[in-house]
Design a protein. Structure first.
Length: 150
């Protein structure tokens, strides 16, 4: 039985992440939608979607490796009801998204503007998706805050 996160992802992609997919998740449009679902899952603290999307060995490397999150770290933060209630992130907006595919691996790059507490920060990102046995999984994420240009 799918919860809201799974239903949203099925609607967005036409298949359930973690389920056998009729088409490859590595097609450009599908990768872009999948990556957008990742951003929304972070914004909405969608634990179910995060659990279905992240590979067991997922790693998220933040600014200059100042922090490295595992799958459990990301899901745990999304599960923390107190943090969710106090969350100050009001938006996550992607731009200049592009994809590269080689074999069973897709890389999505671009920029995300994250607004927290009324302050916007622009990040460069590079995420690696792997198609394994018809399953689309996010294996790695690297983000880097960009200095203000003003």
């Amino acid at each position: 039985m799918l919860g809201l996160g799974g239903l949203v992802l099925v609607g967005l992609l036409g298949f359930e992440v973690g389920a056998t997919a009729p088409a490859s998740c590595l097609e450009h449009d599908t990768l872009v939608r999948l990556d957008g679902a990742w951003e929304r899952a972070l914004l909405d603290s969608d634990v179910e979607l995060l659990e279905s999307l992240l590979a067991d060995d997922f790693r998220w490397v933040h600014n200059h490796a100042s922090l490295v999150d595992s799958r459990d770290d990301v899901v745990g933060r999304a599960s923390d009801l107190r943090a969710r209630a106090e969350g100050s992130t009001s938006s996550r907006t992607q731009s200049e998204v592009s994809t590269l595919v080689l074999g069973s691996t897709g890389v999505v790059t671009g920029f995300t503007e994250v607004v927290r507490g009324g302050t916007a920060t622009r990040y460069s990102f590079m995420r690696t998706y792997a198609e394994v046995d018809g399953r689309c999984l996010l294996l790695g994420n690297h983000t880097m805050a960009l200095p203000d240009s003003g």
